[in-house]
Design a binder for this molecule. Sequence first.
Ligand code: NAD
Length: 496
Amino acid sequence: MSTIVQNYVGGGWREAAGSETLAITNPASGAEIGRVPLSSAADVDAAVQAARAAFPAWRATPAPERARVLFRLKMLLEEHKEELAVQLTREHGKILPETRGEVQRGIENVEHACGIPALMMGDTLEEISRGIDCASWRQPIGVFGIITPYNFPVMIPLWFWPYAVATGNTVVLKPSEQDPLTHQKIVELAEKAGLPEGVLNVVHGGQEAVESICDHPDIVGVSFVGSSNVAKIVYTRAAAAGKRVQTLGGAKNYLIVLPDADMDATLEACAGSIFGSSGQRCLAGSMVVGVGEAHAQIRERILDYASSIRVGDGLDPATNMGPVISASHRDRVRSFIDRGVAEGAKLTLDGRSTTVEGLEGGYWVGPTVFEDVAPGASIGTEEIFGPVAGINRADSVEDAIAMMHASRYGNACSIFTTSGHAAREFRYQAGISMIGVNIGVAAPMAFFPFGGSKQSFFGDLKAAGRDGIAFFTDQRVVISRWSNVSSDPHHRKKGQ
Ligand code: NAD
């Protein structure tokens, strides 16, 4: 019997009251490596009460002291980076260079949150009227709920909770039930760094835990990342309960290649974007549109590249691409490929029957390439979240953008060109929030906002950057009069 992960409540590890558990597996072998409890509403309530109790003292802790805890956490994360990356490959499946990259991206958020004394400053203006000054103070609000997906189980929780606690709030985190193990280690490190009990609490589970977070009267705000359908449910439900909410959803990202692009560099960027993490990134490119003669050039390069990808265990240095997260997700990706064939697209490379010798129980989908994807076809508009590319041709950049706009998503997109004018026009026309210019994965770093538009994002303040600080604080504006002496310059002594 494998170990059941525990909830972390009020600074202690405890079993969930909910008795049902799910298997956590190594996606490269299918072997069970742990079990996760499906926590109940009572478990969520216990965590909220611990977070609530911790709030007054944590809020009263000076910002530089809160930052020092995060600084110590950053050092511990650096120290344990390799161990975290290896554990992450075991439970997620992506290759070691990718998990190292994910841990690094997570650390960068902790690093950014260390600057909280400066980031959290408000604004002041003297003399908004005679003898009256005005100042805004950014204050924490209370207990935040944070709900995260499986595809970046280290980085995405770190998009939120370091900022939430740096600003003086307390947190109930509900990680993905599919790969919660590596973040458990991070919680241990946070405790070692001196994060006081109750400031960060973790409740494992699925739908019931999420709904309890949305409904709980003592939770003031919710940050969510996951698929768009769930993002919309969480957005609606938590907002109806009066909370501030930010929910980041799914994606269908287009990569548009112009004839003047540097084709070798473009291939590298596009291939990494499409097949990296087996396509399980919200910034993964999935449709490549070659404009005019760019089409033949990028098509040939992508097909050569995709055919040479070596699929296998992410811990094997010879592997280029790992498995997908679960058997059910593998079946979902395969069914999308079936659908693409039924919709009449040309299946040039088929990864449906890929297996890996000695690891037949793993969740494999090989690199897959479709061509001639018809307008409106589901494989051109819906999120597949697997190593599946579509390659289309467009006569003009306007036609390519029109194909992109047929999708309901608006997370990321990229253009490849050596023309500054074309790149500038693209930025103007794209209508999508994260835009790459000669970049395959248009990922903003921690000090910029992360989030999409259309059905990829619900809310207004995005993750990280200044938005993250604004989301976790309320601006309290103080208008003061401290004198009955008019500040009319004629009433003041010279030099004052
Ligand atoms: P998911 O929507 O299945 O799960 C996300 C979270 O919601 C998990 O914690 C899960 O337990 C919970 N959940 C699942 N179903 C629920 C339900 N019916 N009611 C309430 N809660 C529920 O997403 P996933 O499969 O874990 O992650 C992949 C998705 O996340 C993709 O769509 C991807 O594009 C998206 N994603 C988006 C971003 C972004 O920045 N926009 C980043 C990463 C991932």
